[in-house]
Design a protein around this ligand. Structure first.
Ligand code: GLY
Ligand code: MN
Ligand code: MN
Length: 433
């Protein structure tokens, strides 16, 4: 058995305890063609991986509940010919042993085996509606069981979205997950430091992106956790800018939102710094406002606080700052009430983080923002995006700033996982050091 397999088996055990009677079926992600006969780099499905630690394509986990619970894996068979071309595959016998399953079968037998596993079970749980072809296949198994009604078997009468259990469990990270997330954060933070030092007028956004990607991989990360945003000057006001093809100009800021995935866990970091290594007076004012908003938001992350508390804290600081900078006029309470701040701050202050950069988990329970709990991991990422307009002070035009860190809720507050240079003094010292 592989060392981590006990962790994954214990997770499956917990799912079975939550589900009680019934069968849960979770497939991993398919390989996706990029063009002609090449594929995008393979990435397993996060639900499947959370349950198994198994990263081959064409695999399905089946958890059979009830009196005789069973953990069943379907995966690719050994194939000498394919392994010469594409590399190692475990095959069912080794996968069963190494990944701590009770049974394992070749994936080609799925349609033959599944109806039997569903017989006389009250519930079938899977990820409903994510993939129409998979929905159709599941209905095929159900109908196959129904077709045996005259021999006395009955088919599951309840279809349940497996995410109602899996999302809640994925939301609270265990020590194994936190260790991987700290590593993803560390590699990503180091990459931001390298990117800052590689930035200077006359280079291009893509050259800085290349430094990030190099640092991710040489740090041992599998891949970027999402497409890197390397946005200079006005591009920083485009929230999902990914062209990364413009020259870096003296006097502009550079916003980098980029991070790595390590052990399948994402980090998510944004830093905004001057291309020439020194903030102008206007850039510094705007930057320190976002920094203060982020500090207020981080201070609001603690167990028992509502999910929305960090966002509310950031919005209050930002709105006051927008008034001080001459971007808005009026009373702060009224400007918050009317959402006037959304002209310059139009996104939320964070999201769950984990196997997916926008990770699984509900944000409200029965209509109320859920309370934060130890083990939850989230981003804290206020921003300020100022497009040119007649009623905006010209010195602030085209300034786009976001500061994003990753935090884990602890018993008393939070642990900040990401630590690349952040204050004006730290960034200027780092870039000019
Ligand atoms: N990088 C994606 C996000 O910050 O949400
Ligand atoms: Mn984020
Ligand atoms: Mn981000």
């Amino acid at each position: 058995m592989q060392p981590d397999s006990a962790i994954y088996r214990a997770r499956r055990q917990r799912v079975l305890e939550e589900m009680g009677e019934g069968v849960m079926v979770i497939a991993t992600a398919p390989e996706v063609p990029r063009n002609r006969d090449t594929h995008y780099p393979y990435r397993h499905d996060s639900y499947f991986y959370w349950l198994t630690g198994f990263n081959e394509p064409e695999a399905v986990v089946v958890l059979v509940g009830g009196k005789e619970p069973r953990h069943v894996l379907f995966c690719r068979e050994k194939n000498e010919e394919r392994e010469i071309w594409d590399g190692f595959r475990y095959g069912p016998a080794a996968a069963r042993e190494i990944f701590a399953f009770d049974e394992a079968f070749a994936c080609g037998t799925l349609d033959a085996e599944l109806p039997g596993l569903l017989e006389n079970q009250p519930t079938l749980a899977y990820i409903i509606g994510r993939d129409m072809a998979w929905d159709t296949r599941v209905m095929g198994w159900l109908n196959a069981v129904r077709g045996r009604a005259r021999s006395g078997v009955h088919a599951p009468a309840h279809l349940v979205d497996a995410r109602i259990w899996l999302d809640e469990m994925r939301l609270i990270k265990d020590d194994h997950e936190l260790t991987l997330m700290r590593r993803a954060a560390e590699i990503s933070g180091r990459a931001h430091g390298i990117a800052m030092r590689a930035t200077r007028p006359g280079r291009h956004e893509y050259e800085v992106e290349a430094e990030l990607l190099c640092a991710f991989r040489s740090g041992g990360a599998e891949a970027p956790a999402y497409t890197s945003i390397v946005a200079s000057g006005a591009n920083a006001c485009v929230l999902h800018y990914v062209f990364n093809n413009q020259p870096l100009r003296d006097g502009d800021l550079l916003l980098i939102d980029a991070a790595a995935e390590f052990g399948s866990y994402a980090a998510d970091i944004t830093r905004t710094f001057p291309v020439n290594g020194r903030y102008s007076a206007a850039q510094k004012d705007a930057y320190e406002l976002v920094l203060a908003a982020q500090a207020a938001a981080v201070a609001a992350v603690r167990p028992g606080a509502a999910w929305i508390a960090p966002h509310d804290a950031a919005v209050r600081v930002l709105t006051q700052g927008m008034v001080d900078l001459g971007l808005l006029a009026g009373e702060v309470d009224g400007l918050i009430e009317s959402k006037a701040y959304e002209r310059f701050y139009m996104h939320r202050t964070g999201h769950w983080l984990g196997l997916d950069v926008h990770d699984a988990g509900e944000y409200k329970i029965k209509g109320d923002w859920r309370p934060l709990q130890p083990g939850m991991t989230l981003t804290v990422e206020p921003g300020l995006y100022i497009r040119p307009a007649d009623d905006v002070p010209e010195a602030l035009w085209n300034i786009g700033i976001r500061i994003e860190d990753d935090v884990a809720v602890t018993g008393s507050g939070c642990e900040v996982l990401t630590t690349p240079p952040k204050t004006v003094a730290e960034i200027e010292a780092w870039m000019n050091g």
